[in-house]
Design a protein around this ligand. Sequence first.
Ligand SMILES: [Mn+2]
Length: 317
Amino acid sequence: MILTDYYRSTPDTTWEIGRQLGVKYGVIRLPEHPDFDPACREHWLPVYRQFTNYGIRPLIIEPMPNALHDHIKAGDEKRDACIEKVLKMFPIMEELDIRTICFNWMACVGWTRTRNDIPERGGALVTGFDLKEYTPPEAAISEEELWENYAYFIRAVIPEAEKHGICLALHPDDPPLPRVGKISRIMVSYENIRHAVREIADSRNLGVTFCQACYYLMGEDLYRIIPEFADKIMFIHFRNVTGTKTAFHETFHDNGDLDMPRLLKCYYDAGINVPIRVDHVPTMAGETMVNQGYDALGRLYAIGYLKGILETLEKMS
Ligand SMILES: [Mn+2]
């Protein structure tokens, strides 16, 4: 596995901690201020160099810039202009050898929680979701529209992605509920995602971000689908939770429903050797919540835990 961490484009404590932990590769979030144009090479270069000068080599862009992607998912009048910009990102990524974009197909509402102050072990705070407490926004999109817009996008970008050697790694919907209010969601089951990445287009440049806790909350058998998806898993979100898709919360990585060492062994046994990053960590003692689920101390613990299991698997196999 290739150990990475998630970095915003402005240096903060997570950059320092990553470097101190020996994490050499980055999953990076592009700047979101309106002056940054993701289609413009000159705008990428200083961002890229700031990472490489720091000792972090960017490998993955996550997420696809929302300013473009929201129109593409909604299929509105700005869609084609936004797709044009996405296509212009590919040669820049090729030049910088950043080969993967993690994207999702949640329209109108992205990853969603109802609370960010649930006490986990020892009073560390985690985010959670309870459908009973959730008020969806006043937007509407149907399943048919989502599939149509997805197919439209994939058909437009895959030939260019193939030309430039760029991979698109589809993240499941989080939480994986088929509907929130009048907003449908489609990437909510293994069957649907398999259809999205195998049948709508069958390309080596189209695969998945395996956010393992989302698949668990779908009710899927991870030990069955990981080997079946071995050729499609391009990136792993190492994440643990407890509960069900209608009521769950995040946990420390060693304290949820998922058997983390067994899952890592399952990836190994299936021959999956891709970038992996820890996901959604608790906010710990002495910390003020800055980016919920992404604060520094929780990452420190989670990365150490992940490194420990990976090293053990490598040395024991
Ligand atoms: Mn995830």
